[in-house]
Design a protein around this ligand. Structure first.
Ligand SMILES: NC(=O)C1=CN([C@@H]2O[C@H](COP(=O)(O)OP(=O)(O)OC[C@H]3O[C@@H](n4cnc5c(N)ncnc54)[C@H](OP(=O)(O)O)[C@@H]3O)[C@@H](O)[C@H]2O)[C@@H](O)CC1
Ligand SMILES: [K+]
Length: 476
């Protein structure tokens, strides 16, 4: 097993807005309305993509496969720009261009255009400019097969053909790409599984696309954490209370993760206590007075919690306290019985961190549009909902949403979710310290979780994350 990044990576993404296909079209239209000619934008897109390709695939033979729309139009620009740089380039057209811009760019390509049926020899690199954000249906199986055979490696322009821009769905047996070059902005399919797994690397070709001010989706980025300063005391750095249950180990993981994320004071309420390391963790016997301290900054409940009447009473007690709270695992199962309305009993933010199974039990089947499902769950529950997975989707009740990059696959192991719960609790506790809201706090937590997993390396166990967190938080 290698510690290097063998899972799909985003590289050098500075524009972190994520636009849907419709938002991309609207942004393009705003440019055109302002007097920019569509072919100028296409020239810019194709040139930017060609520059990236030339740098990363120097000297390889290229076969550019062009579709009928503007994605194909980009393909003709890329072919010309690569040929001008001295690359050996062949162009293959699936059909004649149908848009004015694509027709103009095809006319500017002075080399031959082969028909798809005639391609016998694969190139070193096949460039997939068949379909981009205008894809309306699944890729025909013979076309997917053709694409696989057309090059030893593939590069997808804007999106891998066969993927659904707004949901990341990908039907059929689609080939893998060495690189996807997003044009102008990331789209949901660059981040959501399964589409995001079809590319080893994803980069952004910068063009002058104006990002709409009201866009509501973005990539989770490094959080703006403020360092502790000399005026801080343990309470200004946040008091976190973790309520444990039958499986004390899980709650310990949450509590220690809360400590290692920088909380000033962490208290763990259990059914029985013992003295053990870390001694800095305050262990108390559970009773409702644990929640009476006005200095509590945030509460975590769920890891290790069973479905007993005692557990339910604990959750009811937490839901009555007007302090930010994160609910995970057993608390999510109990919430199903108590009812989602209980999340609105007080004004303080509530965060739910389900995995797929927990999500489905609470909100119903996810279907093939995770983003829409999580947004709807946040809207109906009034809570911030974080759906764990290969990439994590977070939505706030007001419609804002964020998606993470794909996490190290070795994070898929028991207890790592309990660790995340603890980090979320500390980030919620420290909202005043860092000057962010609960939605940003949850993003900060999931970002730290991913970075800690990278730092911990392959074959990690959840406990390793606790140690990795220390340096991760210090460097954030
Ligand atoms: N964003 C930007 O700022 C810029 C964007 N640019 C580029 O434009 C791209 C979007 O272009 P686009 O809207 O013309 O759509 P595109 O993806 O080429 O496909 C539409 C055509 O394909 C067809 N078709 C669809 N699916 C199919 C299938 N499965 N199998 C078969 N056919 C299928 C569809 O046919 P129809 O459904 O109408 O029958 C239609 O003819 C975008 O991804 C980016 O590369 C840059 O040039 C400039 C800056
Ligand atoms: K494409």
């Amino acid at each position: 097993m290698s510690a290097s990044h063998y899972w799909p990576q985003l590289e050098g993404i500075e524009q972190t807005a994520v636009l849907t296909a419709a938002e991309t079209r609207a942004a393009e239209q705003a440019l055109f309305d302002g007097g920019i000619a569509p072919i100028d934008l296409m020239e810019q897109a194709g040139q930017a993509a060609a520059a990236i390709i030339a740098e990363r695939f120097a000297g390889r033979t290229m076969l550019v496969a062009c579709g009928p729309g503007n994605n194909g139009g980009d393909g003709y620009v890329i072919a010309r720009a690569l040929a001008e740089r001295g690359f050996v380039v062949r162009v293959v057209a699936l059909a004649d261009p149908r848009t004015d811009s694509a027709k103009a760019m095809r006319a500017r390509w002075t080399g031959p255009v082969e028909a798809i049926a005639g391609v016998a020899e694969p190139a070193e690199v096949a460039i997939d400019a068949l379909f981009g954000s205008g894809q309306t249906r699944a890729l025909a199986p013979d076309l997917a097969q053709w694409l696989r055979a057309a090059g030893k490696q593939r590069i997808a322009i804007d999106l891998p053909s066969g993927t659904v821009t707004d949901t990341g769905a990908a039907e059929g047996d689609l080939p893998n790409n060495a690189l996807t070059i997003a044009i102008g902005a990331l789209k949901p399919a660059h981040l959501l599984l399964p589409a995001a797994t079809l590319s080893d690397r994803t980069v952004l070709a910068p063009i002058d696309l104006p990002i709409p001010a009201d866009h509501k989706l973005h990539l989770v980025t490094p959080p703006p954490l403020r360092d502790p300063h000399p005026g801080d005391n343990k309470y200004t750095r946040g008091k976190v209370v973790v309520i444990g249950g039958a499986m004390a180990g899980a709650a310990h993981l949450s509590a220690i993760a809360a400590m290692r994320s920088g909380a000033g004071y962490v208290e763990l309420a259990l059914d029985q206590t013992e003295t053990a390391t870390p001694y800095a963790l305050v262990r108390r016997l559970w009773n409702e007075t644990v929640l009476a301290d006005a200095r509590i900054s945030a509460i975590a409940i769920g890891p290790g919690l069973d479905d007993s009447a005692e557990s339910r009473a604990k959750l009811e007690a937490v839901l009555a306290v007007d302090r930010p709270a994160v609910l995970d695992a057993g608390a999510l199962a109990l919430l199903k019985t108590i009812g989602l309305d209980a999340l609105k009993r007080v004004a303080a933010p509530r965060v739910l961190t389900p995995h797929e199974g927990e999500f489905a039990r609470l909100f119903g089947r996810i279907g093939n549009d995770r983003l829409a499902a999580v947004r709807k769950a946040a809207e109906t529950s009034g809570a911030i909902v974080l759906l764990k997975g290969g990439s994590t989707v977070i939505a706030a009740p007001d419609g804002r949403a964020a998606i993470t990059e794909i996490a190290p696959p070795w994070l898929a192991t028991a207890g790592t979710g309990d660790v995340l719960t603890g980090i979320v609790a500390t980030m919620l506790a420290q909202m005043p310290v860092h000057g962010f809201d609960a939605f940003a706090a949850v993003q900060a937590a999931v970002w730290l979780h991913i970075r800690a997993a990278e730092r911990a390396g392959p074959v990690l166990i959840a406990d390793d994350l606790l140690f990795a967190l220390k340096t991760t938080v210090a460097k954030a």
